[in-house]
Design a protein around this ligand. Sequence first.
Ligand code: BES
Ligand code: ZN
Length: 625
Amino acid sequence: MSLHHILSLLIWGGITAVFFSCTPKNENLPINDPHSYSQPHKARVVHLELDLQLDFDQQQINGTAVMQLERQRGVNQLILDTKDLDIQAVQISDDGGNFSDTPYLLKEKDSILGAPLVIELGPATRYVSVRYLTSPGAEALQWLPPELTASKRAPFLLTQSQAINARTWVPIQDSPGIRFTYEARVQVPPGLMALMSATNPTSLSENGIYEFRMEQPIPAYLLALAVGELVFEPLGSRTGVYAEPTVIQAATFELAEMEEMMQIAERLYGPYRWERYDVIILPASFPFGGMENPRLTFATPTILAGDRSLVSLIAHELAHSWSGNLVTNATWNDFWLNEGFTVYLEYRIMEELKGPDYAEMLAALSYQDLAKEVIKLGPQSPDTHLKLNLEGRHPDDGMNSIAYDKGYYFLRLLEQKVGREQFDAFLRKYFDTYAFKTMTTERFVEILEKQLLKEDETLMEEIDIQAWVYGPGVPRNVPQAHSKRFEQVEAVLMSCMAGEDPQKLETANWSTHEWLHFIRHLPDSGSASLMTHLDQTFHLTASTNAEIQCAWYTQALKNQYEPAYPAIRNFLMHVGRRKFLMPLYEAMMQTPEGRKMAYDIYRQARKNYHPIAINSIDRVVGWVE
Ligand code: BES
Ligand code: ZN
């Protein structure tokens, strides 16, 4: 870009500042997002048209993003978020045809936020086109060689845009408060299927070209793409599952309750607004359990336990179709509005599906997670507030389980105080009123006080919103989960600790959750012989249930129970779900021998993980390349 162009951009920027006066009419008032450079109150993207060519050999996307804009009068520039994108050309158009070059400036890169792309607009510009290449290190993208897939026959690509990674594969206004509709055309090698958070194919395209549409406006963090050897199997009239051919049968069995979950969710929270709900079971290196990409939840294969015992994860991602995807957190500081609500909805769906005893186990485990997280972060830590302040930090660093578990308990407290009937009516209305809109914590508190609590002083004092939302730790009035099934587990645990023969323990009807409660409460050290007895009786090291494996292996590391080590290594080589990797690597880092083991495993396993997981584990083990 020439000096002339840079100068003209600077001058135009100055003129804008003088002329910018009117406030936007848009009722979705733009919010200042510390994790995006885009200035949506000046010019914002309302529709995106993507054209992507995927090069698996170079591990690169060659893309063109055409964006339709809404802008304020007098505003002459559009700012997009980018990170590690190689910008090839930028053009503008008034009517969507006849594009012509325009000056642009890719500013200096911030290590967290990436580089703002400032594009000069003409007086009547309504379309901007950006041609670009992604980089091999793009944080959203994981390019898997065939060996890392289930079938081991074809390569796989998966994206993870939340929280701020969309900008590493699409130049876009990457802020949860900015919504747009999209279309895409994706070209992939023959034999592979491409799927997005949009209308999806159910069979292979002969020429490797796929077309997509998302007609409901979504924020950039919900942009998603998966490409691989995939097949589709319907589950109900508007639900289905995609997976690799060798996984599809297990997936179909595991997810059979999905249609029923949808009916429950709709009964509780109003109509499902995204038409279809499908799930894709990804290769094991997917860094999360699930990701609520609209119309197509991305899920880890570690939920395929064979007995439908881990499907609450699907209830969770489905629930995001209301909390998160419909009513969206304005910035990542308001993350609890997405996740706390979703955990609450998840447990309500599971309560309808499996009964209150079952849901109460989930709630009790949630409390354990909350207590552990508060201890880990420190009871006074600002990171234990529901309303976060992540400015200057990578959102991933502050997005811990507080949003989920403290958020859940806050909503449970509200339900307890006003009664279920009133709370349900409130939530339903909330989702209707703010559908496809953005919500801040402050605005939610206002709505809560006015509409649910009717400004009743006594009630508001009892609840203490201030302490829950803007204060640290776990407030005193936290509701108690009562799980009868866990009380039975605790009795078994007592007799086990008292030396009872494991063969005689009453574990026959235990679900995964009872096992988790049991394993989590085993002693943290010096119990290798107890571990041996339990393992001989219950074959926990050989479990194929990833939740049980993670809990048991963590305990094995703490107790230096060596017979589990080969299985731990094997697990860490194949599974990339960050929630499982973190406690295992953290446990290994506690002792000198453990550290050796951690480096040794990580040296080989690192290449199997998604960049998001690598970022986290690098820090745990102090990895320097
Ligand atoms: N939206 C989250 C995943 C996420 C959060 C990705 C923050 C990136 C940044 C998803 O809905 C989620 O919460 N997944 C959980 C499972 C759930 C059952 C708690 C997970 O992946 O473990
Ligand atoms: Zn979630």
